[in-house]
Design a binder for this molecule. Structure first.
Ligand SMILES: O=C(O)CCC(=O)C(=O)O
Length: 400
């Protein structure tokens, strides 16, 4: 490995990094650890093959490069709960179909809840390595886990990203955050508040998304428009409410991502192209660009909009919608000079539940397109292989 100063206790010397792998290796300590020791050259272990590197023009999101930066469809959260609900439900449905991503503004979560969450995440990663390392675990099921890359046990090339993952119970109480980091001060309180606020936002959005799916699937008797009668029918049969109940008792995984400055960002990625496993991912990013989504065969940068959330459809929603909504590939660029922090909140059914196309959407004309799936089979998949693009989702598709 080409480090400027000798790396203690990793025992790696200049030029030898690529050969050294395995548990306890310096790379397992994460990229923050490496940058704290000073790096002029990217270690080979992070260098992607040329065809997987971001192309120079994909890295330039300035307005003159139109097409490489984009604003996502906007959803006004307050409007969703007012007299214009119907129109907003339809615009969410359209965004889920066309982009798989949308931006939520006017959500009512106090600004300080968001800024505290970013500050707590930044503060956590800025602590001495020994403090962060207390949460390192090779166990992928550990409810609190500090790690690096995407799947550090299996990745052949590592990503320029460290993370802290926290699994939140459906109802958060003091007892539930006993194992969460206690430092920085107020970490538990701030993260718990943020988790509760994002869970609420998820539930409101999912209700609108279920309505949108019914509207799209069952147009009204005139063959167009609302389908509101159908929504009421379904609600009467309590199917709709049963699904909402699964979400209320469902899983929530919070992931705090840290992307320190990278000596050669053109040779690597902060996160390689992937889709998310759940129904929805709610993403809060600081003001440093990095997130890109794959849209119309191009990588486009999602410009951070202060105080807003980027929301994306996950694999479970693609399956549940029987392929109507798209779980879209996204990736994160590394940055030469700036450190970046993001927080994602990934929501789904309870971990032990089965996800399959919604019975309301499946009939003779619309046969089920996906196999039943579960969190357990997703974990089996990522524990046994290097996650690659949408391989997991592909593996759930039934032959047509
Ligand atoms: O950092 C970001 O903007 C995206 C993070 C992400 O895609 C993830 O954590 O799955």
């Amino acid at each position: 490995m080409k480090v400027e100063s000798p790396v203690e206790d990793g025992g790696v010397e200049e030029g030898k990094g690529a050969e050294v792998t395995g548990p306890g290796h310096v790379y397992d300590k994460g990229v923050k650890y490496l940058t704290e020791r000073g790096l002029a050259v990217l270690p080979d272990k992070y260098v992607l093959p040329p065809h997987e590197r971001p192309r120079p023009k994909e890295r330039d999101s300035s307005p003159r490069r139109s097409g490489h930066g984009m604003r996502l469809p906007m959803v006004d959260f307050q409007e969703l709960q007012g007299p214009n609900r119907r129109r907003v439900v339809e615009s969410i449905a359209e965004a889920c179909e066309k982009h798989g991503f949308f931006q939520v503004v006017n959500h009512g979560i106090p600004t300080e809840v968001l800024s505290d969450m970013i500050d707590m995440s930044t503060g956590f990663f800025e602590q001495p390595f020994e403090e962060r390392a207390r949460y390192m675990s090779p166990d992928m099921f550990s409810p609190v886990r500090y790690g690096t890359s995407m799947n550090q046990n299996n990745d052949t090339v590592l990503c320029w990203r460290d993370f802290l993952k926290i699994t939140c119970p459906p109802t958060i109480s003091e007892g539930s955050f006993r194992h969460w980091p206690s430092s920085p001060a107020d970490f538990r309180k701030s993260v718990a508040r943020y988790a509760m606020e994002t869970k609420h936002m998820f539930l409101v959005l999912m209700e609108a998304i279920l309505e949108g799916l019914l509207i799209r699937h069952k147009p009204n008797k005139q063959g167009q428009g609302p389908g509101a009668d159908n929504i009421r029918d379904v609600r009467n049969r309590s199917e709709f409410d049963n699904v909402m109940e699964m979400f209320r008792g469902g899983s929530q995984l919070m992931v705090m991502n840290c992307y320190p400055p990278c000596p050669q960002p053109n040779l690597t990625l902060g996160m390689s192209p992937h889709s998310d496993y759940g129904f929805l991912t709610l993403l809060l990013q600081d003001n440093v660009e990095g997130l890109q989504l794959h849209h119309e065969e191009k990588w486009v940068t999602v410009h951070p909009v202060p105080g807003s959330f980027s929301v994306n459809v996950g694999d479970h929603l693609e399956i549940f919608s029987n392929g109507r909504y798209r779980s879209v590939l996204h990736r994160v660029l590394a940055n030469h000079t700036k450190s970046r922090v993001s927080v994602v909140s990934i929501h789904s059914f309870p971990f032990d539940a089965t996800v399959r196309p919604w019975a309301e959407l499946v009939d003779e004309a619309n046969p089920s397109l996906y196999r039943d799936t579960s969190f357990a089979c997703f974990m089996d998949y990522i524990s046994s292989s290097e996650p690659k693009r949408k391989n997991f989702l592909e593996s759930r598709k039934l032959p047509s």
